[in-house]
Design a protein around this ligand. Structure first.
Ligand code: CS2
Ligand code: MG
Length: 409
């Protein structure tokens, strides 16, 4: 079997997605996710201009060799754009391998270690009561693990509470990316944030008890000593984990947070390779590794990261936001259900437009996600439907401190 064609599809069914479709001379094809929110066309160009010509005529079954060829063979390696492009290719190749073998991906990866993947969803609100109501509603839907975010008094826009430059569609109630919107600017200060979050969890535990699993996403905003204070002050509320407390660049800073508390730590959505994860894994500075399969070069790299983590008693919690496609979500769950050290899986409910363009997303039932037994990833791409939703330039929000200086969003 040989690769005959590499197609790159950019589509915006409510938000932008970049898909790689690899077609073989035997008619089999695979589709992978190469979406990088806010930099979609950079990845599409890398794929079309630089990577596609390197794939034509190759055996799609040699996934590891193609991975190494695209990563090491290019000399200029790594980074979000290239690792997202590589992820798209990698997922498409695994999809082809599964279809050729007549097996679902989880089966190729060693077979099921569990029936479904325990998953979590997001709960946000303008105040503690709204967050509590949102948690109660999700508990009623069967969720067992919940992420809680609350608006911070005196700040403008809070991560996880609003939703960027999206406008509501009157008919569907769904939010769509605005055409040519520039980044929304939010204002954030550590003082009010650090005072509010422990109070939020005090409220939630008081109202809802100890049974449910709760956690919080810091979104890489704190300094090491601030993160250490937060982790310590959250100890009485027994979080499932504290997500992404620090920026991804200086991993040694995690030692400060680790020494200060027993709150479990999770990190990784901004990582791009196993090497980014290494010090946190080998020093056991975190409890959950939560890379984004679409930004680390796909399933091949995820399997390796999971295996390294297993040796250090660390579980996986792969990133699963709405800005990566159902193909990536399916890849997440195939890995989740086939590795021994799976922890939890982030999930989103996609709008109808996304299902129309990319059918086959994992199915949610009573707190767990399930993938189908169809060969490969079990997802597909409806190219005709994709054309109905042309690309719209869009950005993630940015954040400034009260004095106007740029801060991490
Ligand atoms: C996130 C994402 O899901 C998460 O935990 O932190 O929402 C993240 O902000 C986006 O994927 C950025 O593109
Ligand atoms: Mg996050």
């Amino acid at each position: 079997m040989k690769i005959k064609e590499v197609r790159v599809v950019v589509t915006c069914p409510t938000r932008n997605y970049v898909l790689v479709k690899i077609v073989t001379d035997e008619g089999l094809y695979g589709v992978g996710d190469a979406t990088l929110n806010g930099r979609e066309l950079a990845v599409a160009a890398a794929l079309k201009e630089h990577i596609a010509p390197l794939l034509l005529g190759r055996d799609p079954g040699c996934i590891e060799d193609i991975w190494q060829y695209l990563f090491r063979g290019s000399y200029w390696r790594g980074g979000p754009v290239q690792m997202t492009a590589l992820a798209g290719v990698d997922m498409a190749l695994w999809d082809i391998k599964g279809k050729a073998a007549g097996m679902p991906l989880y089966s190729l990866l060693g077979g099921k270690t569990r029936a479904g993947a325990l998953c979590y969803t997001h709960c946000g609100g303008r105040d503690f009561k709204e967050v509590e109501d949102s948690v109660r509603a999700k508990l009623a839907e069967g969720f067992k693990v919940l992420r809680a975010q609350v608006a911070i008094p005196g700040t403008k826009g809070t991560y996880g509470v609003g939703s960027g430059k999206m406008k509501k569609n009157k008919n569907a109630g769904m939010k769509f990316l605005e055409q040519d919107a520039l980044p929304q600017e939010e204002v954030w200060e550590p003082g009010p944030y650090l005072r509010t979050i422990p109070q939020l969890f005090e409220h939630l535990r008081g109202a809802l008890g100890e049974e449910l699993e709760l956690f919080h996403d810091v979104h890489e905003r704190l300094t090491p000593i601030q993160a250490a204070r937060l982790a310590k002050e959250l100890e009485p509320y027994h979080l499932f984990f504290l997500e992404d407390p620090l920026r991804p660049e200086h991993k040694e800073s995690f030692r400060v947070v680790r020494r200060a508390s027993t709150t479990p730590l999770a990190m990784g959505e901004l990582f791009h390779s196993k090497w980014d994860c290494l010090p946190l894994l080998t020093e056991q500075l975190i409890d959950f590794i939560r890379c984004d399969l679409s930004h680390i070069g796909g399933i091949t790299e995820a399997k390796k990261i999971a295996a390294i983590a297993e040796a250090f008693h660390i579980q996986t919690a792969w990133h699963g936001p709405g800005d990566i496609s159902p193909h990536a979500h399916a890849a997440n769950v195939h890995v989740d259900v086939s590795i021994p050290n799976f922890g939890v899986q982030e999930m989103v409910a996609f709008p109808e437009e996304v299902h129309e363009v990319m059918p086959g997303a994992p199915v949610y039932k009573d707190g767990y996600l399930f993938v189908s037994d169809r060969p490969g990833l079990g997802t597909d791409l409806n190219e005709k439907a994709a054309k109905k939703y042309p690309y719209k330039r869009g950005y993630l929000p940015t954040t400034r401190r009260a004095d106007g200086s740029v801060h991490d969003w």
